[in-house]
Write a protein that binds this ligand. Structure first.
Ligand SMILES: [Zn+2]
Length: 571
């Protein structure tokens, strides 16, 4: 492709609305343009990247027994009402009405649609298993779309749904998808990690996320340095520390004037935060709930939500002060039951003894507080956010943290959708049974942003070869080098190399800047001095390695180099 005839609207200035590197670079390198908040046009370079990712995904889905279909984006409300998610999705669902005043939505996901389709078509166990997938736009009206295509309202997704007759079948489908996902992200040239995840709104019991590792990633991954345990920190758990073995000391009320925060009160009393019980208040429609976590821990609201399994919200301190006579900053678990508050506690509360907590009296704390003797708990559960330094729940080794961008998520759904949508098949024994389902998503457009997030520097993008819009870019520095550049362009194109030939009438500085920004893996520079010596300069954008090649060997060297740059290849 000749640059002069191609549409790459690069920008010199850094767009002010962009926070993440990938968002800035996708705008600057002329990959995307914003149409509305969270809604983007993909320009020619980006479309080439999307097509390469799509092809890898299609090949691996087909290899894993998937069959590609195309389901409607516009979906009737009835199937969503039947599954109960017409209400659950709330404002995140784009809704519309046709001229007959019938309700529809723009598909945020397709469990209802595919389950209804299969329900009406598949009758017998003989037709199973089925693995059906599609690649198309999805719509979610995010409350705060941001980070460019990373958290957009319209995005491209691959979603596969598996239908099996029993749990063993589901396990086989899940395993096949897990392995296909590992191949996909490896083939894309990305460094990734599969982690245990919370199932969220999609539901089901078992799920894994595939994370592209990047320091700017939204998700925190907690992983073991000794075994293969890895989980999203929304889901991660840790082994309990040993219980304290101190003898119980008598309960003491101590004055702590104006010491209303964890750091303040622990410093004032000369104890470490792990000796303090933090008490947080929430409320449901029925009651107030106190949640106890250790002073050095953070409450994990996802775990709390899963435990409560109903809507809840943070209880405003002013309301607690008025209704329950609980002073802000001085609350604690002692006496809460008597006020009719339900008490939940993280498992670590059990291991504490002679703890510190608020006295439920302004400017006072309690010392030497002990479970059972001084306060009671209704339910214990794992409610804290796991973090680096915790102990692995599998092997006891220390856990570490890293960050990532979620690009894939797979779920074992079981009968969650087949039951409510009454999707059954006749099994070998003649009995009608619900399909056992799984669903498996990949954010195709998100991979583009994640790949950039993982691979960039101050000058621009560094595309991994398999998903780069072009493999090689050729820069001719002056008019006198155009003939040689043209020849090399023709030679490389003839052997199937994807070349972006910068034939523009621009200064060398402009060409170098654009080449770095766009991030094509191999850059061949044809300058007057080297060309006179029968050589060209070559730079590997990913590694920064610079090479000098004889003009006559360019084609064979490029082919050897591309072969070596493929994922999984080593020197
Ligand atoms: Zn471990």
């Amino acid at each position: 492709m000749r640059y002069s005839q191609y549409y790459i609207p690069t920008l010199r200035e850094i767009p002010s609305e962009a926070e993440l590197a990938s968002h800035k670079l996708m705008l600057r390198a002329g990959l995307i343009r914003k149409a509305a908040a969270g809604i983007y046009s993909f320009l020619p370079l980006a479309q080439r990247v999307l097509k390469k990712i799509t092809r890898i995904v299609e090949e691996e889905m087909d290899r894993a027994g998937g069959m590609q279909v195309l389901l409607p984006i516009v979906q009737p409300a009835e199937i969503w009402k039947q599954s109960g998610r017409w209400e659950v999705y709330g404002d995140e669902m784009f809704r519309l009405r046709d001229r007959h005043r019938r309700d529809f939505c723009l598909g945020p996901t397709h469990e209802e649609m595919i389950t209804t389709l299969i329900k009406n078509e598949v009758r017998s166990y003989r037709e199973l298993p089925l693995r059906i997938y599609q690649i198309q736009n999805k719509y979610r009206d995010e409350i705060r779309p941001r980070f460019g295509v990373m958290r957009a309202r319209e995005f491209i997704m691959k979603d596969l749904y598996s239908f099996d007759r029993d749990e063993e079948g589901l396990n086989r489908s899940y395993q096949a998808m897990y392995e296909a996902y590992e191949r996909i992200f490896t083939r894309c040239g990305l460094i990734f990690r599969a982690v245990e995840a919370d199932s969220g709104a999609i539901g089901g019991d078992v799920s894994h996320e595939f994370m592209v590792l990047a320091p700017s990633g939204e998700a925190v991954i907690v992983y073991c340095e000794a075994c293969d345990y890895a989980a999203n920190n929304e889901k991660a758990s840790a082994a309990l520390p040993p219980a304290a073995t101190e003898g119980l000391l008598p309960l003491e009320k101590v004055a702590t004037p104006n010491q209303a925060t964890v750091p303040a009160v622990t410093a004032f009393l000369g104890v470490t935060p792990d000796r303090l019980i933090k008490t947080l208040f929430y409320q449901t429609a029925e009651e107030y709930i106190a949640v106890l976590v250790r002073g050095d821990d953070e409450l994990n609201e996802i775990k709390l939500g899963n435990l409560l399994n109903k809507p809840y919200r943070f209880a405003p301190p002013e309301e607690l002060a008025v209704k329950l006579d609980l002073p802000v900053g001085y609350v604690g678990p002692v006496g809460l039951k008597e006020k009719g508050v339900k008490v939940l506690a993280d498992l670590r509360i059990k291991t504490m003894s002679n703890a510190v907590c608020g006295a439920n009296v302004k400017d006072y704390h309690l010392r030497h507080v002990n479970l059972e003797r001084d306060f009671a708990v209704d339910t214990f559960a794992d409610l804290r956010l796991a973090k680096a330094g915790d102990l692995c729940p599998h092997c006891g080794h220390t856990l570490a943290e890293t960050r990532g961008v979620e690009v894939g998520h797979i779920f074992k759904l079981g009968t969650k959708y087949s039951k409510v949508l009454e999707a059954t098949f006749r099994d070998e024994d003649g009995e009608e049974k619900p399909f056992i389902m799984g669903c498996y998503g990949i954010g195709i457009s998100r991979i583009v942003a994640a790949a950039i997030e993982q691979n960039n520097d101050q000058d621009g993008i560094k595309w991994p070869l398999p998903i780069a819009p072009f493999q090689v870019t050729i820069l001719a520095l002056g008019q006198e080098q155009q003939a040689a550049a043209e020849e090399i362009y023709q030679e490389l194109t003839a052997v199937g190399v994807e070349v972006l030939y910068d034939d523009r009438d621009e200064r060398p500085g402009v060409k170098f800047k654009d080449a770095d920004l766009i991030g094509i893996p191999l850059r061949i520079t044809i300058g007057p001095k080297r060309l006179a010596q029968g050589e060209v300069e070559v730079k590997n954008r990913m590694t920064g390695e610079e090479m000098l090649w004889p003009r006559t060997e360019v084609t064979s060297q490029v082919l050897a180099c591309l072969e070596k740059m493929h994922p999984g290849k080593t020197d």
